[in-house]
Design a protein around this ligand. Sequence first.
Ligand code: ADP
Ligand code: MG
Length: 252
Amino acid sequence: MSEHTTPTDGQPIVQMRGIVKRFGTTTVLDGIDLDVAQGEVVTLIGPSGAGKSTLLRCVNGLERITDGTIEVAGERLSYTEKSLNHLRARIGMVFQSFNLFPHMTVMENVAVAQREVLGRGKDQARSRGAELLERVGLGHKADAYPDNLSGGQQQRVAIARALAMDPAVMLFDEPTSALDPELVGEVLDVMRALADDGMTMMVVTHEMRFARRAADRVVLLADGGIAEQGPPEQVLDSPTSERGQAFLQQLA
Ligand code: ADP
Ligand code: MG
């Protein structure tokens, strides 16, 4: 169990209502209702192809929903350029691939969007960058280039870069899936510390240890819908749906 508390009052940070997503004639998400409260850590699990990535991509507007509504931090998502830019400045996203800018140092990677999107001055961006690199344990790598870092270090820089926007919510899509097994722990540790600090997070992962230790809620997606959701131990140890039982059985 995580140590931070989840407020039960107030507006959710993410509010999804009746989310339908189709690609052509294929319905990937079929009426999802999902709220994420401030400070809540929601882990999304489910079989490959269940729509986990699509759901996250809908939250930050990378995919356009077919039907339903999404609000992030009280703002309803529409698909104007202005709304999308505003939304994406409030959302941090970390992908399986680290996507750092290879020609920039670690510090430049962490500073660039602060300057270009938030309009921070050079000194302010660097000092916030230094703080965040410290937080992910990489204060000493500010002047290194991504190529000279391990995958785990690169992913931690990617997390620092996303945090530099002071996001209302952080989205993680299988952030450790591309890493060598011995590098997974250092990234999960950083994510766990973030969770303990009260960051609002939606995390797609196959790391059930993370789900158990850091998630307030586990949501199991299958067949376009939420097959099961609840506290980690309830969903992971005593799933009630057939889909949930089948998925968890195959993990064991
Ligand atoms: P997950 O992340 O749970 O493995 P995805 O969200 O990646 O699942 O994919 C869900 C389904 O949507 C899959 O069947 C996938 O092939 C399909 N899909 C995802 N993106 C696209 C796309 N851009 N065009 C067509 N089909 C897509
Ligand atoms: Mg995926």
